[in-house]
Design a protein around this ligand. Structure first.
Ligand code: FE2
Length: 520
């Protein structure tokens, strides 16, 4: 959504409320705004205490990525997504002790911004206030995006921080030091790279079935009007190793933040949310360069991993931020689960103007619907099924930030965990963590606690556990009453609290994380 559309959405919300004598506000939320304020404090392996003994099997490190600072000097970011990346980690050596670290990624944009006392001109997701001048806009377009604020992943035992861009930053998982920028060469192509930009990718790589490798995608933009753009599926073989799996030309590039993988296929869902490089240059922001065509269909690209052959299946309009899991049925059909969005306006959920407006944030800009797609490559039929919520957790169908037991990746499974923002219609600050039971929706569960603000959970499976939900669910949380951050642990079987540990400093809202069991 461009800036104009964003303004219209927020204006629409305001106008809708103008007639009300007492417009509802998201006001029963002590210290909620503080959750999105900057915090410069850093810690390295600070010992932390939990209220109860930790599971004896718990060994590894949870690392979460998010914004730690949303301004520099007199300039602010428009969207929390652009805040300077700050990592948080909880290290469990396996002897009952635990250690907390938090540090900024020493990216180019962060270090150059600190040095000049102003936001350095790199491409942003949604711009800065006051806006960059013309020269800085060109500069930011040329330098592209640098802030790897969204996710973390393990590439051949090297931990990297990432955004929807090709480059990543390598980090030391033991102390969160930044080891350096990694900008791998793109694989050779049969097409032209003349006047093309190989800059965008996704922040959600997916493991390949049966190998130590990972898949991601590469968007190739054209700077010449009338020429084709390109999509590629890439195999990540090491920190810098990239192999081409498939590539194909497209008329227009759709913004994609994630995708699905089964044992034999990589599945992309291209929504009509198009990226226009000229507009990106004009607004010096990714969102400014994107346009939502609500009347257009969406397209599934199903790539055969072995041959690189691409199947194209057209489906009705939809926008998807996060794919969840995917698998193949015995008859060859492909099943994939997604929180389906009616439009891409959910990104505006993290506009700081919306976040800090109690009246606006009563309204959810776009509500996702947990949806299962079944694809038939023979008939090109796409079946779309909305998954109804069970009675114990009526909000579960609106989950986002989905995770599941990664041991069940690429296969049929029962449980999805996620975050539901504004689960009760009272505002953004009312956040539930939920468990969707795909095998029996009577087993849907939710966890909420008054004045507790909860991020995406992460499921840590118990080694040797028999059940899919044997493990611990961990979430970064902020206690609004105490004004303190803590790590929350839930029993995934019951979605009840089993442990928590308060942190020595406030952790601002964070997006994604992973538990690395080989790092302790
Ligand atoms: Fe994401």
């Amino acid at each position: 959504m461009d800036k104009i559309s964003t303004t219209l959405v927020l204006l629409g919300i305001s106008l809708a409320l103008c007639g009300a004598a007492n417009p509802p506000q998201d006001d029963d939320c002590p210290n909620f705004d503080e959750w999105f304020f900057s915090n410069n404090a850093t810690f390295e392996n600070h010992p932390i205490e939990f209220e109860h003994p930790l599971p004896k099997w718990l060994r590894g490190t949870l690392i979460r990525n998010g914004a730690g600072q949303v301004e520099m000097g007199n300039r602010k970011f428009v969207n929390f997504f652009d805040g300077y990346a700050k990592l948080n980690s909880w290290r469990f050596p396996g002897n009952g002790s635990a250690f907390f670290s938090t540090k900024f990624i020493q990216s180019k944009v962060y270090t150059e911004s600190v040095a000049k006392g102003d936001i350095a001109p790199f491409l942003t997701f949604e711009g800065v206030v006051p806006p960059f001048g013309e020269v800085e806009r060109y500069e930011s377009f040329l330098l592209n995006m640098d802030n790897t604020v969204v996710n973390v992943f393990n590439y051949s035992n090297k931990i990297v921080a990432m955004n929807d861009i090709w480059k990543v930053y390598e980090i030391n998982p033991l102390n969160l030091d930044t080891l350096g920028e990694v900008n791998p060469p793109t694989p050779p192509t049969q097409y032209s790279n003349l006047f093309r930009l190989n800059v965008m990718s996704t922040a959600h790589p997916v493991k390949e079935y049966g190998t130590p490798h990972t898949f991601d995608i590469l968007n190739t933009f054209s700077l010449m009007p009338g020429t084709k753009e390109r999509l590629s599926v890439i195999r990540v073989t090491s920190l810098t190793g990239r192999e081409l799996v498939a590539e194909w030309e497209i008329d227009r590039t759709s913004y994609m933040h994630s995708f699905s993988v089964t044992p034999n296929y990589v599945i992309l869902l291209a929504a009509p949310y198009y990226v226009n490089m000229n507009d990106m240059l004009k607004y010096a922001s990714v969102v400014g360069g994107m346009a939502w065509n609500a009347q257009d269909n969406a397209t599934f690209y199903v790539v055969e991993i072995k041959t690189g052959k691409v199947h194209t299946l057209v489906t009705e309009n939809v926008f998807v931020v996060h794919h969840i899991n995917a698998f193949e049925l015995r008859d060859g059909k492909i099943v994939l689960d997604v929180p389906a969005q009616p439009n891409p306006y959910a990104f505006s959920l993290y506009d700081l103007a919306y976040i800090h407006n109690k009246t606006a944030r009563v309204n959810l800009i776009a509500k996702p619907v947990l949806t299962r797609y079944t694809l038939d490559l023979q008939t090109k039929n796409v079946q779309r099924l909305s998954l109804a919520s069970g009675p114990k957790a009526p909000c579960v169908g609106a989950l986002e930030m989905p995770v599941f037991n990664e041991n069940y990746r690429h296969m049929n499974y029962c449980y999805i965990y996620g975050q539901v923002i504004n689960y009760n219609g009272k505002g953004f600050s009312h956040i539930a963590l939920v468990k969707k039971n795909l095998c029996d929706n009577a087993g849907d569960l939710m966890y909420t606690a008054t004045h507790q603000y909860l991020t995406e959970p992460w499921f840590v499976p118990q080694p040797g556990g028999e059940d899919e939900d044997d493990g611990v669910l961990m979430a970064s949380a902020f206690d609004g009453d105490k004004g303190m951050s803590y790590l929350l642990m839930l029993d995934p079987k019951t979605m009840t609290e089993i442990n928590r540990s308060y942190m020595p400093t406030r952790i601002p809202f964070n997006f994604h994380g992973r538990f690395f069991d080989a790092v302790y």
